[in-house]
Design a protein around this ligand. Sequence first.
Ligand code: NDP
Length: 258
Amino acid sequence: MYLEKLRLDGKIALVTGGGQSIGLATVEALAEAGATVIIADRDEAVAKAGQASLKAKGYDVEVVVMDVTDSARVNQVADDVVAKHGKIDILVNNAGIARSMTPAETVTDEHWLNVIDVNLNGTFWCCRAFGNYMLKAKSGSIVNIGSMSGFIVNKPQEQAFYNASKAGVHHLTKSLAAEWGARGVRVNAVAPTYINTPLAVSVLEDDPKMADAWLGGTPMGRMGETDEIASVVHFLASDAASLMTGSIVSADGGYTCW
Ligand code: NDP
């Protein structure tokens, strides 16, 4: 009974930013559990490379090109997915950007708006578009990728725009959970620590000393791997988490304990 609740056979799932890194690991986790999974990424080449890497592992996943900041395109993709598959069961809002290492007093309008647009607006456009279909079906599970940066202020890198965007994602998660809880749609989030992906590694490449601060601030003393986030997303997306909504689940090696 318990392992069965983790199965996703017959479910239709879409993962934004699913072409690589945390998104691609999540696509694999959901596909392994039996779901039909759609990679939605803004770069077709990245999405197709992700699709090919999963094909090599025995999983057939679909690809759609979608920029989450384009709400009209998001609505269109939601309509197309439901027209083709008849429903949408699982939405993972993973697409996100960081653009770290910029002191608040020097942040341009473009920089601030871009990060908020992808991380917060994009998450909402997708929740709204796919959530509407889930509400009609009285069934669905949304998992947003937040960040420990939504709880704490990272150090030493300066990234007020990113931290604010992820705190917004967390509270959006709780707000939607409250609005939709009685209508069959669960909304949860995962708050990762530093994960071994280009988004974090690019910051380390700019300043190798950053690793000492990051790992020294982490009780487990290491960064996370993409599969360690994907497995939490899989759990939250599945019926194993049937009583959970509005939860922001930390997967941070203990970073937020200190
Ligand atoms: P990556 O940059 O490795 O992958 C993100 C994917 O999202 C890329 O394929 C990217 O495409 C895509 N993407 C970016 N913007 C958009 C957009 N507007 N529309 C559609 N797709 C888009 O990031 P990670 O895997 O590291 O991060 C995934 C999520 O996890 C993000 O929300 C991030 O904030 C969060 N997170 C990451 C942490 C980390 O340390 N890595 C820590 C905590 C949270 P492209 O390459 O074209 O930009």
